[in-house]
Design a protein around this ligand. Structure first.
Ligand code: AG3
Length: 324
């Protein structure tokens, strides 16, 4: 019997992973956590039926969420991770020898336990002496912090369930106080292709841009996330992600990566037009792409070809079939 796991990327579109077997499945106090052994992607962590990471492509997400801010900040010493219980973000951060302290605030201790057992290549760095791990709600933690961190990385789930409070104005405001002068906040910023993700991406941008002087979005190609395309937010009152970025300084560190490099850093901030329109004008692709519904082209506009027009082209399919 073949086993498949499906994730719905929208109500009308899903992806299927062929599974060797399910390795773990349990409800924590916050969410349903599963681990599968997949044929194509290696082990896969799923929370509330949403794919969080796979062994095959997690490097892309974790390198991009860490190295982009770390390559811009000239002398980061203290970093806060909110979420990130699988340990992937921590693994990448621990590659920076000059970091002095990394605080990680994860709400769900079961995620860390599961990662240590099932994802040894991801949860590599919990024993690093610079790490303080706290099991607590990220929003409540940052409420109490003032001028503490050079970089804050929000490695959260989607904005439903336990991750929801990490997408609020209050949270972003608190992060801005928790940052030291010249601090940088980076978050996972959802996707832009499917309706629900796109609405979240647009609303996140709308909430963060009044809080920080510089608010940018950058992108990465992440095969298992919806449309294989995911965004990250970059926010700072002082630093600009390109003007203040020194490729030579980062390259001199000799950190070995499989996705991130300093040319890609620049390219990642160049956004497709429809993504730019979504973030700046709130226009969803679903509202603008032209498709035929029934007999009409939608959305209608002045010069739209309407199939009920006299100009309507009738295609004789039998001719096409005959001619091959
Ligand atoms: N956190 C971001 C997961 C977002 C995925 N969303 C989705 N598949 N709809 C990933 C955690 C990795 N440390």
């Amino acid at each position: 019997m073949e086993l498949w796991f499906s994730e719905f990327h929208s109500t009308d579109f899903k992806v299927d992973f062929r599974i060797r077997k399910q390795l773990f499945g349990q409800y924590s106090d916050y969410q349903h956590i599963q681990v599968f052994d997949t044929y194509e992607f290696g082990r896969m962590l799923v929370m509330d039926n949403i794919v969080m990471l796979t062994e095959k492509d997690e490097f892309i997400y974790h390198e991009m969420i860490v190295h982009v801010p770390m390559a811009v900040h000239p002398n980061a010493e203290r970093v806060l991770i909110i979420g990130g219980g699988d340990g992937g973000t921590l693994r990448e951060l621990c590659r920076y020898d000059d970091l002095k302290e990394i605080v990680m605030v994860e709400i769900d201790s079961l995620v860390v336990d599961v990662a240590k057992v099932y994802f040894p290549t991801v949860a590599t760095s919990y024993d690093d002496p610079r790490v303080t791990l706290l099991f607590e709600d990220g929003l409540r933690y940052v409420r109490r912090c003032r001028n503490m961190f050079d970089v804050i990385i929000v490695d959260s789930t989607d904005p439903f369930g336990p991750g929801e409070s990490l997408f609020t104005k209050e949270f972003y405001g608190n992060c801005s106080h928790a940052l030291r002068d010249g601090g940088i906040l980076v978050n996972q910023h959802e996707g832009t292709f499917y309706h629900n993700d796109a609405e979240e991406a647009a609303s996140t941008y709308k909430k963060t841009s009044p809080v920080f002087k510089n608010t940018f979005v950058y992108q990465a190609h992440i095969p298992v996330y919806p449309a294989g395309h995911w965004l990250f937010g970059f926010m700072s009152d002082r630093y600009h992600p390109l003007n203040d970025f020194d490729p030579d300084r980062w390259n001199a560190r000799n950190i070995k990566t499989d996705y991130y490099n300093t040319d890609l850093h620049r390219g990642a901030f160049a956004l497709p037009n429809y993504v730019y329109r979504l973030l700046h004008d709130g226009v969803l692709l679903d509202q603008t792409f032209r498709r035929v519904i029934g007999d009409t082209i939608w959305p209608p506009n002045g010069d739209t070809l309407n199939t009920e027009d006299e100009d309507r082209v009738d295609i004789d399919f039998s001719e096409i079939e005959k001619n091959g």
